[in-house]
Design a protein around this ligand. Sequence first.
Ligand SMILES: Cc1cc2nc3c(=O)[nH]c(=O)nc-3n(C[C@H](O)[C@H](O)[C@H](O)COP(=O)(O)O)c2cc1C
Length: 360
Amino acid sequence: MNKKIFDKINLGGIEVNNRIVRSATGELMADSNGYVTDKLINMYDELCQGNIGLIITGLTEVVKGTQTHTLMKIHDDSYIEGLKKLTDSVHEKNNKIVVQLVHHGAQIHGNPDYIPYSPSGVGDEGAAFKPKEISKEEIKKIVEDFGDGALRAKKAGFDGVQIHGAHGYFFSRFLTPYYNRRNDEYGGSIENRILIILEAYENIRSKCGEDFPIFIKMNSSDFAEKDGLTFEDSKKAAKIFAKVGFDAIEISGGNLRGKCSPVRSGIKTTEDEGYHKEYADSIAKEIDIPVILVGGFRSLDVIEEALENTSIEAISMCRPFIREPKLITRWIDGETQKSKCVSCNKCFNPRGTSCIFNKN
Ligand SMILES: Cc1cc2nc3c(=O)[nH]c(=O)nc-3n(C[C@H](O)[C@H](O)[C@H](O)COP(=O)(O)O)c2cc1C
């Protein structure tokens, strides 16, 4: 099929106006308890004016008590009202929105006032704390938390959910042999290492129904020297995710231990763009659910080329929309210069994700 960027398509059960996705972007604009604020809704308002096919929210925590600064949370029903305001506002402007569900696990900033879980109690070098190994009972509880969080998302009006299985957060660490040294059914082979994600998927499915879109974002590889998730295992995992019923997979890569960050800096030439393309295409060719590709896209012609010459269904971007929420509108209007984002990564800002070049 000859895929074009501005095709209206069904992307994993969601009717979208084009093949561009806003990849999950932690906003740091909720209040200190993770509730939606006007600032957050206003930021999404701006994105809604930008003709983006599908918006994925920043990572939103499903487990009560996790220290996540001003990121959004969804671990009890009191969050539904604010989240509903957000989805209503997005839908009024004829946009679609999926919430990214996460458990941060041991990937949190600072020194928490509790001991976070990890698959085998292995932490990061230089971290302020050592995580504890999660028990099977605690795994069951987190699986339920994902199902409950997804049901709240559905009640709040989201068009679907995306499980965050990438970048070193809790689920991602089960996929990574360095962190996952378990000897039970959750460790060992890749089939075992994805079990917790499959259980979360089943829990969400049973609570939200057959028609509710469930996406996953995962690493193509951790790009680690040793004991990282390899591409071979990632592909096996993606095939299983497609088979069990996930509606779409977004392919990323890298974590704190990896040689390459998920958020690579210094993307200057067209060759630097789309840095997970070969991996995503190779996976897309072997599964029958849509693959969304993220990582370094900045130019319209590079996106068009990727869509035309691969089996990838949609392209997602993060930093370009921090710099220019209306990038796609600009391209639709015929002003086709590449994104103004210079990939400096100064958009990570505890007072709210923003571009340093956009100061008023
Ligand atoms: C400020 C910022 C926040 C991010 N937050 C998230 C997040 O909440 N969840 C996620 O999966 N990835 C997150 N990412 C990674 C992006 O979604 C994306 O995978 C990465 O930036 C590469 O895409 P890009 O080159 O289009 O920015 C974030 C990146 C940035 C720069």
